[in-house]
Design a binder for this molecule. Structure first.
Ligand SMILES: [Zn+2]
Ligand SMILES: [Zn+2]
Length: 418
């Protein structure tokens, strides 16, 4: 059973509930543009994972099959006392490995390049939890290899992995303040808020997934302080709403420095240095200024109300598309969802542009509606996933394109209110 797929409807419900409470209490913990960008990154991560997830699984399976030290049959992990102890040991072992994976993800440049996506949101709410990277398939699996070498069954480790990830959802909220003794033992909203901060005092702290005890043990714990409110986000702001660029931004910084530095040792070494390290020559030629947190402003380009409404409509359509794709993927596998994913990704891209208030965004959106959507539907039919005579498909595509074009006409006549 795919636990994460089961959890998604609950995630969305909880998110909706938090949004309603936020509006009633007038806290402003949610901005639509930031939340949509976070959810777009999460969507990209999930759908991209359909094509990259096999990499980690392949290596884990291979290691388990050929190098496992203990042969642990799945039947050991039953509901008996010894079986339960084994489950707990596996969950703790995963959480311990997660701590180190997460710590490297912050402290070494190339790993930070993959992980930064999760931290770019300048708000902090349940949508931030779903803001996940699309590129950690490259090396995140390496950190869990010892568990497969020990010989824990794949099914057990995939289950504790899912539980670990699901646990981390609820801690991304500002509505839960302090939880007493729980803040001491578990990762909680308070100590995970610290982890998402860009304040000097809070940087590189609280890496735990489920237990904060690892941070206390390895000296990376920092308590949230009333005299220092958390400023959320990263020190080099993303400053756009493009979910693709969100995944590439830090790689781009590193690539720039690697190309411009003169020494070969630095061109290669920069990727594995502590995060933020730059070769002397490029740091001098291309200095970077530090953001002053006292005058920090969230990225929030002004956009007309009509555009915001249109974007919200398109984003809801994208969520429907995600659910259809997930369903198709479960039934027919990765190849069947290639084209639908491209259509979805194009939509997420134009949603980002519209939210940034770009002048060419509406034109690009029109091209997407008139060209990309019908062609993709045709390809979908050509791939024999849906028969050509399926009237529902064509009605849905036609209705969607027509309604969107009308919406776009409304958008093109709108102006930003002074
Ligand atoms: Zn992190
Ligand atoms: Zn987080």
């Amino acid at each position: 059973m795919d636990l994460i797929a089961v959890a998604v409807p609950f995630f969305l419900l909880a998110l909706l509930l938090e949004l309603v409470v936020d509006r009633i209490k007038g806290r402003n913990y949610f901005r639509a543009n930031d939340a949509i960008n976070s959810l777009s990154a999460g969507t990209l991560s999930t759908t991209g994972g359909y094509f990259t997830g096999f990499i980690g699984l392949f290596f884990w399976g291979y290691i388990l099959e050929n190098f496992a030290i203990v042969d642990m049959p799945l039947t050991w992990f039953d509901a008996s006392p010894s079986g339960i102890v084994l489950w707990v040991v596996a969950a703790l072992a995963w959480d311990f490995s997660y701590y180190w994976f997460h710590r490297f993800s912050h402290e070494i440049s190339i790993f930070w390049a993959a992980h930064a996506v999760h931290h770019q949101s300048e708000d902090y709410n349940l949508s931030t939890a779903l803001r996940q990277t699309s590129t950690d398939f490259l090396f995140s699996w390496v950190f869990y290899v010892p568990l497969f070498l020990i010989g824990f069954p794949l099914e057990v480790l995939l289950t504790v992995k899912a539980v670990n990830l699901i646990y981390q959802f609820w801690v991304h909220t500002q509505f839960v303040r302090r939880l007493g003794v729980l803040d001491y033992v578990l990762v909680t909203p308070s100590n995970h808020r610290v982890h998402h901060a860009q304040n000097e005092r809070y940087i590189d702290k609280n890496y735990g997934g489920m237990l904060i005890l690892w941070d206390r043990m390895f000296d990376t714990f920092q308590d949230e302080r009333d005299d220092e409110p958390v400023v959320f986000g990263v020190r080099k702001p993303l400053a756009n709403w493009n979910p693709f660029w969100a995944n590439l931004q830090v790689y781009d910084y590193l690539w720039f420095d690697a190309v411009h530095t003169k020494r070969w040792r630095d061109k290669l070494g920069i990727w594995f240095r502590p995060t933020g390290w730059r070769p002397d020559d490029v740091a001098q030629s291309y200095p970077k200024s530090r953001v002053d947190l006292a005058t920090f402003d969230k990225f929030d380009p002004p956009v007309a109300l009509a555009v915001r409404r249109y974007v919200l409509g398109q984003f809801l359509a994208a969520i429907v598309m995600v659910l259809l794709i997930a369903n198709l993927y479960a039934k027919a596998g990765a190849i069947a969802v290639v084209w639908p994913c491209f259509v979805l990704w194009a939509q997420l891209y134009t949603i980002g542009l519209l939210n940034e208030g770009r002048v060419y965004a509406a034109r690009l959106e029109a091209v997407r509606l008139i060209l990309v959507v019908p062609v993709a539907a045709g390809l979908f039919v050509a791939a024999s996933v849906i028969p050509v005579e399926n009237a529902l498909l064509w009605t849905a595509v036609g209705g969607y394109v027509a309604a969107s074009l009308l919406g776009l006409l409304y958008v093109s006549k709108s102006r930003i209110e002074p």
